[in-house]
Design a protein around this ligand. Structure first.
Ligand SMILES: *[C@@H]1O[C@H](CO)[C@@H](O)[C@H](O)[C@H]1NC(C)=O
Length: 300
């Protein structure tokens, strides 16, 4: 067993995988050269990811379909590498994170961790991956198809915006295999959907549909399967067309609402708001608004 999908549904999924193995995202091709600037080390160098640049948006697809995108050590290391490259790239204003058609990510790699000792788990501190993920300054949009379970659900929860396809399923079923969520799930799910529903999901392992996830505020919108990636890229493109430092300050301020008491968060927001007046983009944005013209952002 490699992920949280077991028994009958796993067999069904394997059958479906054989029928439709096409990834959501293609790798870079020469044909797409204008739209798609490849990293020197990518995409060929990632075993479990497909990455490409669409305009000013970085697109990262977890691609380990045979294991329903289970997040093993190699995959999380590659994810972090790809995401941090895009985060450092001044031409990239937003990142879309997606999976394959059957799974965003169906959990951590259970085979890899089954026999780990306490001291090994402590030394590895796999959860620190999420701290680094959460520290990305660029806005991140998760486009979730199929399973987002365990670590996959926690990864989606750590993204700034979550879009789900009709077929998406979210769940934190760790208790069913003798452990608890360890990548921030017990904390972020409570903040996303409230204690009562988070308790029900985490204590019983119940999965929720994309519609429930939308009604409960875990996802921003549900889209038909074939429109999901376009919707995520459209929003990412819109965000990426704005001033990067301003968007990043807005993200930091919203994230403060997760981590700070209200009074501290309000003061943090106010300091960031005042800081925007030190940027050229604030001058440009307000001047363009008053002149009734489009602003020309310089990210300065
Ligand atoms: C864990 O250890 C037990 C006992 O040594 C062994 O039987 C089992 O196959 C191991 N499981 C995995 C997933 O490596």
């Amino acid at each position: 067993m490699r992920s949280f999908v077991t028994g009958k549904s796993r067999l069904l999924l394997q059958r479906l995988l054989l029928l439709s193995s096409s990834p959501v995202v293609g790798g870079c091709t020469a044909r797409a050269s204008r739209q798609c600037r490849c990293f020197s080390a990518a995409p060929g160098d990632y075993s479990n990811l497909q990455v490409e640049v669409r305009g000013n948006v970085g697109l990262v697809a977890i691609h380990r379909p045979a294991a329903l995108n289970a997040l093993n050590d190699e995959t999380t290391a590659e994810l972090l590498d790809a995401l941090q490259r895009y985060d450092r790239d001044s031409t990239i204003g937003a990142i879309v994170l997606t999976g394959t058609d059957r799974a965003f990510a169906a959990g951590a790699d259970i085979k890899e961790m089954a026999n780990r000792s306490f001291s090994q788990a402590r030394r590895r501190d796999a959860g620190s991956f999420m701290d680094l993920f959460f520290a990305l300054r660029s806005p991140t949009i998760a486009a979730v198809r199929g399973y987002a379970l365990g670590g996959g659900c926690e990864l989606a929860l750590a993204c700034d915006i979550v879009y789900a396809a009709e077929d998406a399923q979210f769940g934190l079923p760790e208790v069913q295999i003798g452990t608890i969520p360890g990548w921030g799930g017990t904390q972020r799910l409570v903040r996303a959907i409230g204690k009562a529903r988070a308790m029900e999901m985490i204590l019983s392992g119940r999965r929720i549909s994309s519609r429930e996830a939308e009604a409960w505020g875990l996802v921003a919108a549900v889209h038909p399967e074939d429109k999901l990636l376009t919707a995520a890229l459209d929003t990412a493109t819109k965000i990426a067309s704005l001033s990067q430092p301003i968007v990043q300050m807005a993200k930091a301020a919203v994230n403060a609402a997760y981590e700070m008491p209200l009074r501290s968060g309000v003061l943090y927001e106010r300091a960031l708001f005042q800081s925007t007046f030190a940027t050229q983009d604030q001058k440009e944005g307000m001047t363009a608004f008053l002149d009734k013209r489009e602003p020309k952002w310089t990210n300065a």
